[in-house]
Design a protein around this ligand. Structure first.
Ligand code: DAH
Length: 329
């Protein structure tokens, strides 16, 4: 008995409706299987083509194959649609309202001492000086003796020293970095050494912890005039060319002659730092021949420079952690 002519039109209508109605990838897969799967209705038609009379076989076969292609295409389109919907739903879930006012970040700033220190270092780098550093806990030898302070010398009283168990000290100045830097090197030298120093001092312009920048230059032809010229240029760079300055004779065991430099601020002369020509005995102590080489050195206060620059009358405002003060700096 000849097989019935399959109703491809009915299969097509059903497939169109069901593919369009599939609303998840899973149900779309199931829909596809109902038509094109191993037991799908269209697969059934294709399988039973052989039972059809020869004269209709080829026409129905090609119509069924064409329908198969169309259903695959609808499934593909519906699949893409479902993926797009899923993606939009996901995006909608994580939607950002870019018009909401932002939370403002609190912005940090460099500490005035750091700022001034960097400015100082840059000035000297421009003159060909390099930065060297030393430790804050220093030997008595480097802090005093090599700098020509013999044991029990009264000049040690100028430095109100914090002693560390075992004979070391908290360095009272940055000058010991001169010793460390020169000892293992051959002149000429052009170095600066900024850092923290410690003294048992207290007052509105004195703090037990403060900052100095040491500088020293050693070469064959170096004069006191070079020192003075460099320090005046340095002061003008930091505080403006109209800053009142005073250069006066002084004493340090490690320089001869020695001087101190002051600037005028807040109705008084404020000591900025000491300087001088490096004492021949210091050069000898680090293995430099004083008959051939000479040098100048200085050690200036960084904190006082920052006080003047930022109009801070009390040095402790720089180091207290009171947020109301910090925020103004
Ligand atoms: N170290 C001295 C002090 O803290 C300052 C000083 C004076 C440094 C003369 C120098 C110098 O390099 O040559 O009081």
């Amino acid at each position: 008995m000849p097989a019935e002519t399959p109703d491809l039109g009915a299969i097509e209508r059903a497939a169109l409706g069901e593919v369009a109605a599939a609303d998840t990838p899973q149900s779309l897969r199931e829909t596809r299987a109902r038509f094109l799967g191993r037991r799908g209705s269209l697969s059934g038609v294709l399988r039973s083509l052989g039972e059809l009379p020869a004269e209709r076989r080829s026409a129905i076969g090609s119509a069924a194959n064409a329908l198969k292609q169309r259903i695959e295409a609808w499934v593909g389109e519906r699949q893409a649609e479902l993926e797009r919907d899923l993606q939009s739903a996901e995006l909608a879930k994580h939607r950002l309202d870019v018009t909401l006012p932002g939370a403002s970040l609190r912005r940090g700033a460099l500490h005035p001492v750091t700022f001034v220190e960097r400015d100082m270092v840059e000035f000297f780098q421009g003159l060909g000086f390099s930065v060297v550093e030393g430790p804050e806990v220093e030997s008595d030898y480097n802090n005093f003796e090599a700098l020509n302070f013999p044991p029990d010398h009264p000049a040690r009283d100028m430095h109100d020293t914090f002693f560390v168990e075992g004979g070391a000290v908290l360095r009272t100045h940055t000058s010991p970095v001169q010793i460390r830097a020169m000892r293992d090197r051959e002149p000429p030298f052009r170095f600066i050494a900024p850092g923290r120093v410690f003294r048992t001092d207290h007052g509105s312009t004195k703090s037990p912890l403060f900052h100095q920048i040491e500088g020293f230059l050693v070469d064959e032809e170096v004069t006191f005039a070079d020192l003075k010229g460099v320090l005046y240029a340095f002061a003008h760079h930091l505080m403006g060319s109209d800053v009142p300055l005073r250069f006066r004779a002084s004493f340090f065991p490690f320089t001869e002659p020695s001087a101190e430099m002051d600037f005028w601020w807040n109705d008084q002369w404020l000591e900025w730092g000491g300087c001088g020509m490096i004492h021949p005995r210091v050069l000898e102590n680090v293995g430099v021949d004083p008959a051939r080489y000479r040098g100048f050195a200085f050690g200036m206060g960084i904190d006082r420079t920052a006080m003047r620059r930022y109009g801070i009358p009390n040095i402790h405002a720089l180091f207290d952690s009171d947020v109301r003060i910090r925020e103004q700096l």
